[in-house]
Structures are given as C-alpha cells and as structure tokens.
Design a protein around this ligand. Sequence first.
Ligand code: PRP
Ligand code: MG
Length: 207
Amino acid sequence: MRRYLLTVALPKGRMFQEAYGALKGAGLDLPPVEGERALLHGKEGGIALLELRNQDVPVYVDLGIAELGVVGKDILLDSGRDLFEPVDLGFGACRLSLIRRPGDTSPIRRIATKYPLFTARLLKERGWVADVVELSGNIELAAVTGLADAVVDVVQTGATLRAAGLVEVEVLAHSTARLIVNRQALKLKRWLLKPLIAKLRGRDGGP
Ligand code: PRP
Ligand code: MG
C-alpha cells in the first residue's frame, strides 16, 4: 500500500476539470494528470489524486482512504453517509427531477433511477406506493420503453430529456458540486485541511 500526505477523490467525467481547477486554485499542490488510462496520480509522500465514479467518491472519503473529495449534491443525497460538507463550490449545477412520458398522469407504480435511496425517501414522504427499479445509466430509456411509469434522474441542460421526448414533471432537488471531508481527517490533518476549506469558502463567497 502506498502512503501519501493527502489523498483526494475526484469524480471522473464532467466535473473533473472544474474540481481539479478549484482545488489547485485554492493552493492545493495536486499532481499533474498524466496518462489516459491512469486512475491514480501523484508520488508517494505527496498528494495523490484518485479518479473515481461519482458514486464512489463519498465511499472513499467516508472510509478514510481519501481525506477529501469533490462530488455533486445529488450523489450525497443518495449516499446515506455522514460526511462533513463544508463548501458549496457552485459549479456543476443540475437538478434531480421526476420525469415522465408527456401527458401521463396515471398513478406511478414503478419508478426507475440510479438514485435508489433518494427515491425511496421521496416515495415514503409522499406516501406513494411504487416499486423502485435501480438502473445504472441512460435512465430515460426506462420511461421511453415503458419499463417504468416515471424516472428520477439528473437534468442539466435538458437535452437528453428533449431527445427522448420526455417531460420534467417536478424538480425534486437542486445540486451543485460540494467539497466533502472525512471527519477524522479533519482533526488529524487540520493544519492542511482548515486553510484549504477557508480558501475554498472565500472563493464561493460563503460564510
Ligand atoms: C446524465 C443524466 C441525464 C443527463 C442529463 O447522464 O443521467 O441522462 O446527464 O444531462 P442533460 O440535461 O444536459 O442532457 P450521463 O450521460 O452523465 O450518465 P448516465 O450514464 O447515467 O446516463
Ligand atoms: Mg444520461
């Protein structure tokens, strides 16, 4: 097992560049990202950077493998983990919405999503009785094909919805990128993490 001064978990894909830039801009000496297939960047004793699937960022931070990470609020709403979330970084804005076929007002009996905890909570709050079908991606297809009466999914530009001929019935939650920090690490590596949090807070103008 390799040892690092600090390990940072970032989501690969849409949010990676902005997250990398935000941390770097706040003075964190992140390693360069080299090699198309590399998943871990950085040298032992320095800062390590992990490129993860969105959903795995809270897991690595909660279990203490990474001291900090950046991930969308949508993912945190579904993670069921108790993480310190000190900064709203502002970028990566999107919403979690209820999506259906146009004109479909029938009772929702089956709902597809890659956000099963969030969706189960929603059903409970609303008193709706429906089966939650967990899928891994291209969730809109579940509504298009009739696999489900409705889906709960992310909408950013709305382009995927339009292309699928579906409608956004209700916005359920708003999401932006958040800094998350392992609670234990906050105590043990306070000297490193506190100034970083302060700088990132200054950047978004928050408290
Ligand atoms: C996400 C999400 C929507 C789409 C929304 O899909 O699940 O399908 O982006 O973005 P838009 O409103 O700008 O079209 P993505 O392809 O990132 O992941 P997936 O594999 O889960 O579909
Ligand atoms: Mg998609």
